[in-house]
Design a protein around this ligand. Structure first.
Ligand code: WTA
Length: 648
């Protein structure tokens, strides 16, 4: 194998065909859908766009002038109209849109009509504050109902929103406010997190002291903290909406008008403002949500346990589910507050039938032990989803068995902030899944794994994931920086090929396995080895809860593999176990991948969206000075790991 491609090491023989009963009732169960969508991909997306309510029909389905795309050109619609009014007009105003559950245990149900009325009131209030079509509004809110209300109110009047995760710092707010040139900020007095109160308005005040762009600040009362107040600038949300009319006609928007900006932190440089537009985006999130999660609006209780501050929450808590008239659970807080069974308590309480969460959460549940889910009735669950990182086969199996009772199909969904919606995924009524694989491109999507030269790799090969046909939910540009857009995504293999930045491999059957970010690939004696495969081999060992590996420089082999391992339950690591684990990797995927160093640790450094920060572990493994750790969810663990790594 050439040293430019990524090696294909881990193999997996387990296969889980859709249970017959599931396939029989599935929203899609005929595999012909793949061929149909492939032959006429424009027609396929168009057919799903027709399911939405348009105010004006489009003239052209797609205009592709690489690397820029427009979908449903000339068509007009409003996202909030499609997510709310359409369902009320069809007689479903009394259906619950959100079962909202607060961290302290308070709860609130919002029907589609209640949600629409509150959205319209707040939309009128925003208008009263001078917010108009095209004015970017920054939203810095915790997981409370006012967050989707604010997003939908913006969508109703055509103001693009920029949501900032409530765990981010004042500096992050300043960077994003300035990049977006936003003059309105919506925040809350405080946020609950693991039983504590985070002083959100305080953070917002600090941010507003660092930039003078914000002229209007709307504050939602959540925790009842005393907050500093700037007269003229600050307004209480509840006072603003009081007395507002629940009648606010949705603004007709062009399909290509901006719906939102969402910033993703790049590994280098300032955050990128990913731009999503209206018609194509809503089409893709709606159809993927309906087919991948097999959503039945009448009977399902759907729960995406992400934070709306990330794209997963934008697409699969707010826009996709509401477009499909789903009844959703929305949970404010941490999975281990007050107990490590909080999620399972919620599943039981609301009778959740579809659960969508991340591998990092699943591995935490594994570590905490199966007694927590076992203490609750999870029999309503009929489908499980995963997103955010490669899911290790053992985590997949645990999820399938301990949460899904061995009966619920698991869909591992690959996508990015940039793609807007799910791109590679099983369809639960069709696909025989393999633990750890995202399997196949969604119908109409053309995903190709290529080598260094951009040539498609054959089954059994590894390389880079690319997308070779435009899709409706595609990012349109980076806010205010089209050149960086072209550079980042469309220069590696030319302007018609989207470079996702992820390594991937094809197995012998042509199914896709994601291998993590390309920057995470190691080079050991000329073999390009994916961190994900070595991590999966470690997690495959029954005592291991979670593992992160990174390459460190080595005079002999170029790079050597350093592994950081957390164990299940209260188990402590020692030299004998370290040796056993290194041997286990060697047996599972080959000697070349055996970690040179293996360190046991209580936790791994994670970003706030739960992704392991391998860059920091690499600095530790190299004995380098550590960079900024303030964006970590668990900064303390870094100094602990650093200390024990020096002892070694
Ligand atoms: C990773 C989250 C493997 C990948 C929706 C991607 C995954 C990045 C998967 C995007 C998956 C997401 N398997 N890797 N199922 N899902 N990723 O923008 O590296 O927060 O490029 O979007 O997460 O992260 P983002």
């Amino acid at each position: 194998m050439s040293d430019s491609a990524i090696e294909n090491l881990y193999s997996e023989a387990r296969v889980f065909p859709p249970p017959e009963e599931f396939a029989r009732q599935a929203n899609v169960s005929d595999p012909a859908v793949y061929e149909e969508a492939d032959e006429d991909w424009q027609g396929w997306w168009e057919q799903h766009a027709r399911a939405l309510r348009w105010m004006r029909d489009w003239d052209a389905t797609v205009e592709w002038s690489p690397p820029h795309v427009k979908w449903f050109v000339g068509g007009q619609l409003n996202v909030s109209d499609n997510c709310l009014d359409r369902h009320i007009d069809e007689g479903h105003g009394d259906q619950v849109a959100f079962h909202w559950e607060g961290e302290p245990g308070d709860a609130r149900d919002l029907t589609y009509r209640e949600l629409r009325d509150e959205v319209a009131r707040f939309a009128n209030a925003l208008k009263g504050l001078g917010v108009g079509k095209g004015d970017p509004v920054t939203i810095y809110l915790p997981m409370i109902p006012e967050l989707p209300v604010a997003m939908l109110a913006c969508a109703r009047i055509g103001a693009p929103h920029s949501v900032i995760f409530a765990g981010f710092s004042s500096q992050s707010v300043v960077d994003r406010v300035e990049d977006a040139d936003s003059h309105v900020l919506i925040t809350a007095d405080g946020a609950y997190r693991k039983g504590n109160v985070v002083a959100l308005k305080d953070n917002a005040d600090k941010a507003m002291n660092m930039t003078d762009l914000i002229e209007t600040c709307v504050v939602v009362g959540r925790t009842g903290e005393d907050v500093a107040w700037t007269e003229g600038r600050d307004h209480w949300y509840h006072e603003l909406i009081e007395g507002q009319s629940p009648d606010c006609p949705p603004e007709p928007m062009d399909a290509e008008d901006v719906l939102y900006i969402l910033y993703t932190s790049g590994t280098t440089g300032k955050p990128k403002g990913i731009v999503h537009t209206t018609g194509g985006y809503l089409t893709q999130v709606a159809v993927t949500h309906r087919l991948v999660f097999d959503l039945k609006a009448e009977s399902d209780v759907y729960w995406c346990a992400a934070d709306i501050g990330w794209v997963t929450g934008h697409s699969y808590i707010v826009y996709g589910p509401l477009a499909n008239r789903a009844t959703s659970v929305m949970y404010e807080g941490a999975p281990d507050h007050p107990g490590k069974d909080r999620f399972w308590e919620i599943v039981e309480k609301y009778g959740v039938s579809i659960l969508y969460t991340a591998p990092t959460a699943i591995r935490a549940f594994m570590k905490w032990g199966s007694e927590h889910p076992e203490a609750h009735d999870l029999s309503t669950l009929r489908l499980l989803g995963s997103v955010g990182e490669p899911i290790n086969p053992e985590a997949w199996m645990w999820y399938h068995e301990h949460i899904g009772g061995g009966r619920a199909p698991v869909v591992d969904t690959w996508w990015q902030t940039e793609t807007g919606g799910i791109m590679i995924t099983p369809l639960p009524g069709i696909t025989a899944t393999k633990p750890g694989s995202a399997m196949t491109p969604f119908p109409g999507v053309k995903a190709v794994v290529v080598d260094e030269e951009g040539k498609a790799v054959p089954p059994g090969g590894g390389g880079y994931l690319t997308l070779q046909r435009p899709w409706p939910g595609m990012l349109r540009t980076l806010w205010g920086d089209d050149e960086r857009y072209q550079q980042t995504y469309w220069s590696r293999f030319g302007p018609e090929i989207y470079f996702a930045g992820d390594g991937a491999k094809l197995d012998e059957d042509g199914h896709i396995w994601l291998l993590g970010r390309v920057d995470d690939v190691m080079n050991v004696s000329g073999h390009r080895i994916s961190t994900t495969e070595v991590e999966s081999a470690l997690v495959d060992h029954p005592l291991v809860a979670e593992a992160a590996v990174t390459g460190r420089s080595d005079p002999m082999t170029g790079q050597a593999i350093a592994a950081f391992v957390t164990l299940r339950g209260d188990r402590k690591g020692d030299d004998a176990l370290a040796a056993e684990l290194r041997e286990h990797v060697s047996e599972r995927i080959g000697k070349i991948a055996r970690p040179a160093n293996l360190l046991f640790t209580d936790d791994l450094p994670k970003t706030r969206s739960g992704k392991i920060m391998r860059r920091l572990l690499k600095d530790i493994a190299e004995g380098r000075e550590l960079g900024d750790v303030t964006t970590l969810a668990n900064a303390d663990i870094v100094s602990q790991i650093e200390a024990s790594s020096k002892e070694e």
